[in-house]
Design a protein. Structure first.
Length: 403
């Protein structure tokens, strides 16, 4: 990890390392700054800020963007993150595909590749293949490997990001998975949970607009959550916070994939939509997918989502039921966390109003109005790019020691 060490040393050298990190952190969350803004925001004298900025410029983290602004009078010089400091690679690893985003240091998206086919298994061969795909993809973009600052890798399931251990995928070694991946990729690697990376992406460069309390709901085949609380990404003690999908919610005797019974995920998730839909087909209900079902063929979640375009009533009903249950759970979250913003993301958001209307109805019905009047509910802005792009943003902040 020589490269990462050098990178951090360049900031940590001297006694003002933590102040320099605060400057970089402000540039990440709030954008470009003038010296006067920074001095005010960090409650630090203008000569000190000027000195630290010149060191950060010399080390290649910050660039002088020149005089900007539209107001009359003297225009201040503006400073921001230096886009050419290096690249960040974010990979969202699903069980059957990888999506990869590459950004520059400032966070501009350089390339995005969605759903490259790949089968994830808990074997060294599978991880070797994944690393090989990432490395050859980077090479095909003409990016010099040495210019990559870090990889952010999202793994579904339980991940301890502090120690780098995955509890869902392991290679039978005592070593943290992130160390093994660092050896294979030759750069710093940070692994995290997919919903948390998506939440961070929305917070930094998505629908978030400076809100300090934001909940991100990842409504895909499963149900996950990432939380920004008081402006910080929440991890809990070991990185397992946000397991909303496994909130004990129903007395329904439906077995969850976690092994428990009645988890929220059993009634509010893509898998719940799929179960509701196929159960109703078995009962004889009509649907555009009925002929396929009668031939004995499997019905996929994607096909149910596509049936919404044909205004298939059974598909709409399946979304409504999941939306209602999820809205009821979100009402509880609103009462607990009093968030400014709740973002709904993940695969099912293509259902738009079929999902949002029942969610809002249930929030109105079940939340305390005095609390929920503070909360806006929105769909994710980054959409399917959110996982990989969020992983880029998260790896940058981790590299700088900001998360
Ligand atoms: Zn569960």
């Amino acid at each position: 990890m020589a490269l990462m060490k050098n990178f951090l040393d360049r900031i940590d050298d001297g006694k003002n390392g933590s102040l320099k990190k605060k400057i970089l952190g402000l540039c990440i969350t709030d954008g470009d700054f003038s010296i006067a803004d920074l001095s005010k925001e960090l409650n630090t004298s203008i000569p000190t800020i000027t000195k630290l900025l010149s060191e950060l410029i010399e080390d290649g983290f910050i660039e002088d963007l020149g005089k900007q602004g539209t107001s009359g009078g003297r225009k201040p010089n503006i400073y921001g993150l230096c886009s050419s400091a290096g690249y960040l690679v974010g990979a969202d690893i699903g069980s059957h595909h990888i999506s990869v985003a590459v950004t520059d240091f400032k966070g501009n998206l350089i390339d995005y590749q969605e759903d490259m086919p790949f089968v994830l298994e808990s074997t060294e061969e599978s991880f070797r293949e994944m690393c090989g795909m990432l490395l050859s993809h980077i090479e095909s973009l003409g990016i010099d490997k040495d210019r990559i600052l870090a990889y952010g890798i999202n793994l579904t399931g339980r991940v301890n990001c502090e120690t780098g251990f995955s509890f869902s995928y392991f290679l039978g070694e005592e070593r943290p998975l992130s160390d093994t991946l660092e050896d294979m990729l030759g750069n710093a690697v940070f692994i995290d949970n997919d919903s948390r990376a998506m939440a961070y992406g929305e917070y930094i460069c998505g629908v978030g607009n400076g809100e300090k309390n934001m909940l991100f709901i990842n409504l895909s085949w499963g149900l996950g959550m990432g939380m920004i609380l008081d402006g910080k990404l929440s991890y809990g003690k070991s990185g397992f916070s946000g397991e909303i999908g496994h909130f004990p919610f129903k007395d329904n005797d439906i077995m969850c994939r976690c092994g428990k019974i009645g988890c929220l995920e059993t009634v509010a998730s893509g898998s719940a939509v799929h179960r509701f839909f196929t159960d109703r087909l078995k009962e004889g209900r009509a649907s555009v997918l009925r002929p396929k079902f009668e031939k004995g063929e499997d019905i996929s979640l994607d096909e149910i989502i596509d049936a919404l375009e044909d205004e298939d009533v059974l598909a709409i009903e399946a979304m409504e039921v999941t939306g209602r249950e999820l809205g009821r759970a979100i009402a509880g979250l609103i009462n607990i966390f009093n968030p400014e913003l709740v973002v709904i993301g993940g695969k099912l958001t293509v259902a738009k109003d079929y999902l949002m209307l029942p969610i809002m109805g249930a929030i109105n019905k079940y939340s305390l109005i005095i609390v929920s009047k503070d909360t806006t509910v929105k769909f994710s802005k980054l959409g399917s790019k959110g996982g990989a792009l969020g992983a880029c943003m998260l790896s940058r902040s981790k590299l700088l020691g900001l998360v």
